[in-house]
Design a protein around this ligand. Structure first.
Ligand SMILES: [Zn+2]
Length: 367
C-alpha cells in the first residue's frame, strides 16, 4: 500500500457486472417476482437493461454448483416470504453502496446475516458467488469498458493480467513483481483478493472496488484470510485499496534497539489505520524478518570478502571501505524490487553514524 492502487482498464466491466448482480438480486426480492418469473423471456428488458445480459444470465443460471442448478436456487429465492425479501432488499442496497462507507457520516454497515432462514442465505450466497466462481472465470457479458457483449467478454484471467500489468513497478519484461499490500514478491501464485470478504458479502464478489491481486502470503490465513476490514461495521479506522488509500501516509519506522521495523503512518490521524493494516497482514513481523535477513546478508558478504582477503594475504577492510560499501548498497537499491521500502529503511538506518559504528563492531573485521 506504499504505492497508488489503480482501477484497471477492464474495471468498468466489473462495475457493470456488480450492477447486474444488484439488479438481479433486487428483482428476485420483488414481491411480484415468483419462481415462474424465472424464464429466459422473463429476464428480458426492462427486468435487465439489455437482451445480451438477459441471455447471458439465463445461460449462467443453467450451471450447477455443488449438485444444485443455479436456476433452482434462484427460484427458491423468488419463493421466499416477503419478510425475507424485504430484509434482503435492504441488505443489498446497503452493501451495494460500499463507497458511502468512506464518505462522511455513513449509514450503518450490515454485519449480521440478513436472512432468518439459513437455507435462503445459503441459496443466495451460492448463486451470487457463482458470478465470480463461474461467470467471471468463463467470461462476463461485457467488454472492458462495460459495454454488453454476447461473446468474448472480460474474464478473470483478463483482470489478473491487467492488474499485474498496471501495478508492475518496472518495464523490464522479467522484472520481479511486487505485492500491492506488503511490497514483498507477488510470487508465482498470486491471488485475487476480495478486500471485503465474499463469504460474508457475496454481493461484492465481482466489484471493481473490492478486487485486487495480492501475494498468497497476504491473502491466506493467518494473515488476511476471511478477516473483516472494518471494526464491527465501522470502516473509519481502516484503509481501503481504492476508496481510502494508504499511499502517501503509510511509512516504516525503524527501531534501532530491537533491530525491527514497524508499520506506521506520517499522519497521526492515520495511526489507527496503520495499526489495523498491520494486524490484518502481520506486517511488523514480516517486514522485520525481511529487514533482519537483508542485514545478515550484507554482514555475510562482508565477512566472506574479509576472509578472502585474509586467505590471500591482503590487508583487511578499513572503516572507509566498509562505509563506502554500505553507501554503494544504499545507492543501488531499486524501487522496482520487492521489499524496497524495507531495504531502504534499513540502509538509511545503518548509515546513521551511531548505527554504523555498532554495525561495524558486530562485524568485528575492521583493521
Ligand atoms: Zn503481499
Amino acid at each position: 500500500m506504499f504505492k497508488t492502487i489503480h482501477r484497471v482498464e477492464c474495471s468498468p466491466a466489473l462495475a457493470a457486472c456488480q450492477q447486474l448482480i444488484r439488479t438481479f438480486s433486487l428483482w428476485l426480492c420483488n414481491p411480484a417476482t415468483t419462481p415462474a418469473s424465472l424464464t429466459q423471456p422473463g429476464l428480458q428488458p426492462p427486468v435487465l437493461p439489455s437482451a445480451i445480459e438477459a441471455d447471458w444470465l439465463w445461460t449462467f443460471l443453467q450451471r450447477v454448483d455443488a449438485g444444485r442448478q443455479l436456476l433452482d436456487l434462484a427460484r427458491e429465492l423468488a419463493a421466499m416470504p416477503n419478510t425475507e425479501k424485504a430484509a434482503l432488499t435492504s441488505w443489498v442496497q446497503s452493501v451495494s453502496d460500499l463507497a458511502a462507507q468512506f464518505k462522511p457520516a455513513p449509514a450503518a454497515w450490515p454485519i449480521d446475516c440478513p436472512l432468518a432462514i439459513g437455507a435462503n442465505w445459503s441459496a443466495f450466497r451460492t448463486v451470487i458467488e457463482a458470478f465470480y466462481e463461474k461467470g467471471f472465470r468463463s467470461g462476463l457479458p461485457y467488454l472492458p469498458n462495460g459495454t454488453p457483449v454476447a461473446a468474448g467478454g472480460v474474464t478473470y484471467a483478463d483482470f489478473v493480467r491487467a492488474f499485474r500489468s498496471a501495478h508492475s513497478r518496472s518495464n523490464a519484461p522479467h522484472a520481479r513483481q511486487v505485492c500491492i499490500l506488503c511490497s514483498g514478491p507477488l510470487g508465482d501464485t498470486p491471488h485475487v483478493d476480495h478486500w471485503v470478504t465474499k463469504s460474508a458479502f457475496p454481493l461484492l464478489s465481482v466489484c471493481q472496488d473490492n478486487l485486487t491481486v495480492i501475494c498468497s502470503t497476504c491473502n491466506e490465513a493467518p494473515n488476511k484470510g476471511d478477516k473483516p476490514v472494518h471494526s464491527a461495521g465501522n470502516f473509519s479506522n481502516w484503509f481501503h485499496p481504492y476508496l481510502r488509500p494508504a499511499h502517501g501516509t503509510l511509512q516504516l519506522v525503524y527501531d534501532a534497539h530491537a533491530v525491527a521495523v514497524r508499520c506506521s503512518s506520517v499522519e497521526v490521524a492515520d495511526h489507527p489505520k496503520a495499526a489495523n493494516l498491520n494486524k490484518l497482514l502481520d506486517l511488523d513481523a514480516r517486514w522485520t524478518r525481511e529487514l533482519k535477513a537483508e542485514y545478515e546478508k550484507h554482514q555475510e558478504i562482508l565477512r566472506r570478502r574479509e576472509a578472502w582477503r585474509v586467505s590471500n594475504a591482503q590487508v583487511g577492510h578499513t572503516l572507509t571501505e566498509l562505509n563506502a560499501y554500505i553507501q554503494q548498497w544504499a545507492d543501488d537499491l531499486l524501487p522496482s524490487e520487492p521489499y524496497h521500502e524495507v531495504h531502504a529503511t534499513l540502509a538509511q538506518a545503518v548509515l546513521e553514524p551511531s548505527r554504523m559504528e555498532a554495525w561495524l563492531e558486530e562485524l568485528a573485521i575492521v583493521q
